[in-house]
Design a binder for this molecule. Structure first.
Ligand SMILES: [Zn+2]
Length: 441
């Protein structure tokens, strides 16, 4: 057994019973948090290694509830266009990307970026999930990913019929991995028909998997679903029978009061992606009305095109400021609540709050250290305010996932980040060359 004792930290637990521990300490044994208390309380603990935090913040790693990891590789390529124009340009590139391994480079880049930014768990949606799950398992990143369903062949060439075989393969390869988790990820209610959604739901239920779907995001989606089925997008998912505790709705913007009640009554969760929603001009999620109905809400970065950056500090700040603005109440969305959404809220939305999301004895040790000594972080009257409105990802110094210290003083122990970056830069050059070749045809 290996053990680490963190001492003299400002411990933000995201655990309601003892939210902040001044001069705190945390004992980690193998993958598990074995003790939480003040440094004095844990004085008698024996550990292979003691890390004196010198007053830095020790907190749970961030949970990114909706993302497209491989999208790092095409970020910035198609900008300032409508979603329709974007899809028209990007889909042929996605097909090439899968064939040429560009997205493998994108996944590794995204995982390095996530971890360096203090994000220890992500819920991904992208083609070839086996590649992402393999990379995550190797790097030590906690990843949820699974089959992406469409009613038509995807850029990976798989037909709808081949998708269930893909899912079965994922379950065989990753079903018992303690770090990564297989999901079902139907793309959306306008790209996957009712019968297909129900078949995916049955697979998700039979294997106890998450059902991760885009819902009520764009005006076009809303209009299409109303025209085809006579329902609003979330109402449609309810009528089809795919709302429930295993369902995570990405975005969930266009909801009226009855939709909100339906989401609450079915125990469905929401991945709130404020930066993506603003950049794509999709709208504003009614997070305040969700939280008052006790709907589980987590925060998400979304993928490379919609938000470019996979930075939970930026997402927290956007969620707080947009939340306050949309309610017109500066008292709403306190910094403490926002940090809660980014950690335990996200874990709960993904159905993982029994294992991660807070610094609680018995949970997996997914924790980060944030140094608040830089000029932009001082003076610090309230650590939650500092985290949401001032701190940034470069303040994250240490990252532990599943009890393994992956990053220390901003340097990976095992991952060669220079190689990861070089691979991604090369993929970017290949994409540019491919596109210029096509233009000159
Ligand atoms: Zn998305």
């Amino acid at each position: 057994m290996s053990s680490t004792l963190f001492t003299h930290g400002l411990v933000i637990t995201s655990d309601g019973s003892r939210p902040v521990i001044e001069d705190g300490a945390v004992l980690v044994e193998d993958a598990t948090i074995a003790g939480v208390g003040s440094t004095t309380e844990l004085r008698g603990s024996v550990a292979d290694r003691v890390i004196d935090l010198g007053g830095r913040i020790l907190m749970p790693g961030f949970v990114n509830t909706h993302t497209h990891l491989a999208g790092t590789i095409t970020r910035g390529l198609v900008e300032d266009v409508t979603t329709g124009e974007y899809l028209e340009k990007i889909w042929p590139i996605e097909a090439l990307g899968i064939a040429n391994g560009w997205f493998n480079a994108g996944e590794r880049l995204a995982m390095a970026e996530h971890l360096l930014a203090g994000i220890t768990t992500a819920n991904d949606m992208f083609f070839d999930p086996a590649s992402a799950l393999r990379n995550a398992s190797e790097i030590g990143f906690r990843l949820l990913a699974g089959t992406v369903y469409l009613d038509f062949p995807g850029p990976d060439g798989l037909s709808p019929e081949q998708r269930s075989a893909e899912l079965a393969g994922l379950l065989v390869e990753f079903g018992t991995d303690p770090l990564v988790q297989v999901t079902t990820a139907p793309h959306g209610g306008y790209t996957v028909g009712p019968g297909h959604l129900q078949a995916i739901w049955r697979d998700a239920e039979a294997n106890d998997l998450l059902f991760h779907i885009h819902a009520a995001e764009s005006k076009e989606e809303d209009a299409t679903i109303r025209e085809r089925y006579g329902h609003r997008p979330v109402e449609h998912l309810g009528a089809v029978g795919v709302l429930g505790e295993r369902t995570v709705l990405a975005h969930a913007i266009r909801l009226d009061d009855s939709d909100l009640d339906l989401v609450a009554d079915t125990g469905t969760a929401v991945a709130h992606c404020p930066i993506s929603n603003l950049k794509t001009v999709s709208g504003i999620c009614r997070v305040d009305d969700m939280l008052s109905r006790r709907i589980r809400v987590g925060l998400g970065t979304d993928g490379g095109t919609a938000s470019n950056d996979y930075d939970m500090f930026a997402v927290m700040r956007a969620a707080a400021t947009l939340g306050k603005y949309s309610t017109q109440r500066p008292q709403s969305f306190t910094a403490r609540e926002i940090v809660g959404l980014a950690t335990i809220g996200g874990a709960s939305a993904l159905g993982m709050d029994d294992r991660i999301g807070s610094i609680t004895e018995g949970k997996r040790a997914d924790m980060i250290v944030v140094d608040t000594s830089a000029p932009h972080n001082v003076p610090m009257f309230d650590p939650f305010t500092t985290l949401v409105y001032q701190a940034g990802r470069t303040d994250v110094t240490h990252v532990m996932v599943h009890g393994r210290l992956l990053i220390e003083r901003r340097v990976f122990a095992d991952l060669d980040t220079e190689a990861v970056v070089a691979e991604a830069v090369k993929a970017g050059r290949d994409i540019t060359a491919e596109l210029s070749g096509r233009d000159s045809d």
